[in-house]
Design a protein around this ligand. Structure first.
Ligand code: SF4
Length: 201
């Protein structure tokens, strides 16, 4: 696994992303809190990785202005505030050994904020998100992440029941938008934190 992390780190750097590697989530959390000033507003994308790291509570306790629709009653308003935040935190559905970030989304708030509109973006990924290539990433998203997310959200998609993608036309479809970051986009400041632990899905 260390070799895979090293390869992914190098490729992501070659593609213009700022990359750091951590042994565990506590180290990554400390680095994040040290990198973001309390003067900056912070938005969270939907992410089991961020949830498992308890990051939201840590930011709140330290007095940051934090927006996360998972924690808000008025989700629409919270999403709007998140869209305008200085900093955006999220995970990625997959990152590849050739340095691409591959994501699919239903609403697309998360994937759009990954590449435009924020001063800095931090993408936190456990080692389980590393995939060989784009095809492997797509397979992971459709047949691992999507079924688990569909179950968590209790939505009516085939993958929720079968654990496999059926390329459905369900109104609840959670993979309507696909975004691949091939390189750090012009003017973007995207930080990828890879953690040598399994986190999220
Ligand atoms: S297309 Fe439908 S069945 Fe396939 S992963 Fe997406 S939501 Fe699930």
């Amino acid at each position: 696994m260390k070799e895979k992390i090293r390869l992914a780190e190098k490729s992501l750097k070659d593609n213009g992303f700022i990359v750091r590697v951590f042994d565990n989530k506590e180290e990554a959390k400390k680095a994040l809190l040290d990198s973001i000033s309390t003067d900056e507003s912070v938005a969270f994308g939907g992410s089991m990785t961020l949830h498992e790291m308890d990051l939201y509570d840590d930011f709140k306790k330290r007095g940051y202005k934090v927006f996360w629709h998972w924690k808000a009653e008025d989700k629409r308003k919270e999403l709007e505030s998140a869209y305008n935040a200085d900093i955006y935190l999220t995970s990625t559905n997959a990152l590849t050994l050739d340095g691409k970030l591959v994501n699919m989304d239903g609403t697309a708030n998360r994937v759009s904020s990954m590449f435009y509109g924020h001063e800095r973006v931090y993408i936190i990924a456990g080692r389980n998100k590393i995939c060989k290539d784009y095809e492997d990433a797509r397979e992971r998203i459709k047949n691992v992440a999507a079924p688990k997310n569909a179950k968590r959200l209790n939505i009516n998609t085939p993958c929720r029941f079968t654990g496999k993608c059926n390329d459905c036309d369900s109104p609840d479809r959670i993979c309507s938008v696909e975004v691949i970051l091939h390189r750090n986009p012009t003017g973007a400041n995207i930080n990828v934190y890879i953690i040598d632990e399994d986190l999220g899905y």
